[in-house]
Design a protein around this ligand. Structure first.
Ligand code: ADP
Ligand code: MG
Length: 235
């Protein structure tokens, strides 16, 4: 039962690692169909927030709900597709096999061919996963996120290893998906990416949400602050 009607509801989320207060009382509601960028410099607490949303990290205080459910329940139901921060080691199988395996863990996977198509890597089905470029690995990880046809996509710095062209093509694919009413939360430290692809930008700094609004509103707020440089697009 989703009494709030929200796709995502974070309530007072808080987590420390030893003396580091990574996330400090984050409240965030995301309505179904919204595309939200979680923007902030390295160390702002974006990944820790996302890990708690997905049930991969336990909050010290507060709670996370996805369509009114506990994170683990929502993930088990196939409601969520996730791309975690890069660095995951892929096993020695082909791209098609890996996506098929991942989809088979869920009740209603979409066909592997369609997942690969959506990720723009239909031609990589037979490629061993240990023979991929950085940008291709990101697209495989995206295919793993969409193979369950999730209502909510959670993407942690999805374009980090991609060149400018791959990045643009990735967002085109994303746009096609979000046109069908999916909800998306993506973390980025690129202001330009948040500006271009999100309906709404949530700015995090030192574990707290310091601004929440349209990209234009956030840009005018960031402009007056010293953090503007660290948020500029690397290209
Ligand atoms: P972001 O994703 O915005 O770069 P993180 O959530 O990864 O930020 O990190 C927030 C803070 O928490 C940083 O100071 C980081 O060093 C610290 N941190 C994150 N994960 C751990 C961990 N597993 N152990 C210790 N410190 C961590
Ligand atoms: Mg991170």
């Amino acid at each position: 039962t989703n009494t709030s009607g929200m796709a995502v509801r974070l309530d007072g989320l808080t987590k420390s690692f030893g003396a580091v207060r990574a996330v400090r009382g984050v409240d965030l509601d995301i309505a179904p169909g919204e595309v939200v960028a979680l923007l902030g410099p390295n160390g702002a607490g974006k990944s820790t927030t996302i890990d708690m949303l997905l049930g991969l990290a336990r909050p010290d205080h507060g709670s996370a709900r996805i369509f009114g459910r506990e994170p683990q329940a929502a993930v088990a139901e196939g409601l969520v597709g996730a791309m975690l921060q890069a660095g995951t080691i892929l096993p020695d199988v082909t791209v098609g096999e890996l996506v098929d395996l991942f989809g088979s863990l869920h009740k209603k996977p979409i066909p592997v061919e369609e997942a690969l198509e959506r990720a723009g890597i239909a031609d990589l089905a037979k490629r061993p996963t240990n023979k991929l470029s950085g940008g291709q690995i990101q697209r495989v990880r995206f295919a793993l996120a969409v193979v369950t046809d999730p209502e909510l996509l959670v993407l942690d710095e999805p374009t980090v290893a991609m060149d400018v062209e791959a990045r643009r093509s990735f967002w085109t694919t994303m746009h096609e998906l979000t046109a069908t009413g999916r909800t998306v939360l993506f973390a980025t430290h690129y202001l330009a990416e948040a500006d271009e692809y999100a309906d709404r930008v949530v700015l995090m700094r030192e574990g707290e949400i310091v601004a929440d609004g349209t990209a234009a509103q956030i840009k005018s707020r960031v402009a007056g602050r010293s953090i503007s440089m660290t948020l500029e697009h690397a290209d």
